[in-house]
Design a protein around this ligand. Structure first.
Ligand SMILES: Nc1ncnc2c1ncn2[C@@H]1O[C@H](COP(=O)(O)OP(=O)(O)O)[C@@H](O)[C@H]1O
Ligand SMILES: [Mg+2]
Length: 141
């Protein structure tokens, strides 16, 4: 487990970029932390670090955004998903099988199920102002 403190959006993006260097193909990254914590910002860094050049946006309405690149990234928002069936239909397991890195915002909704995939977990907490406490488990940084 490693804990980081960031003081700006840019620092959180940079941390995501750094984590991307450590991720094997087919790794699931599970985010926890409420609205505005910085999950999408962190994912922007992941995409950058994986070499994906498409712009990153919140997949809230699409459920999943797929970013092409040398190391593709599938970016999920599980906020509106409530059943395992929906998770499968959205393709979460298919993307993992294909070797994409899969980032999942609101993984709280499926904590037990997603734990089976041996995820890297990223928890982001507000710590006043622009400060965030970011706890990363499941990989050495
Ligand atoms: N240290 C920080 N890390 C990440 N985002 C920050 C930070 N400080 C301020 N922010 C702001 O917080 C918001 C985070 O938004 P976003 O990444 O979409 O959050 P989430 O996806 O968790 O809802 C952005 O408006 C960003 O500019
Ligand atoms: Mg988001």
């Amino acid at each position: 487990m490693a804990e980081f403190i960031t003081h700006s959006r840019a620092e959180t993006v940079a941390l995501g970029k750094r984590l991307a260097q450590r991720l094997a193909p087919g790794t699931l990254v599970c985010f926890t932390g409420g609205l505005g914590a910085g999950k999408t910002a962190f994912t922007e860094g992941l995409a950058e670090g994986l070499g994906c050049t498409d712009p990153v946006s919140s997949p809230t309405f699409a459920i999943v955004n797929y970013y092409r690149g040398p190391r593709p990234l599938a970016h999920f928002d599980l906020y509106r998903i409530s059943s395992r069936e929906d998770l499968e239909t959205a393709g979460l397991y298919d993307y993992l099988d294909e070797g994409a890195v899969v980032a999942a915002e609101w993984s709280e909704n499926f904590a037990d199920l997603l734990a089976l995939e041996r995820p890297v977990t990223v928890d982001i907490r507000h710590a006043g102002g622009d400060e965030r406490v970011i706890t990363i488990e499941g990989v050495e940084l």
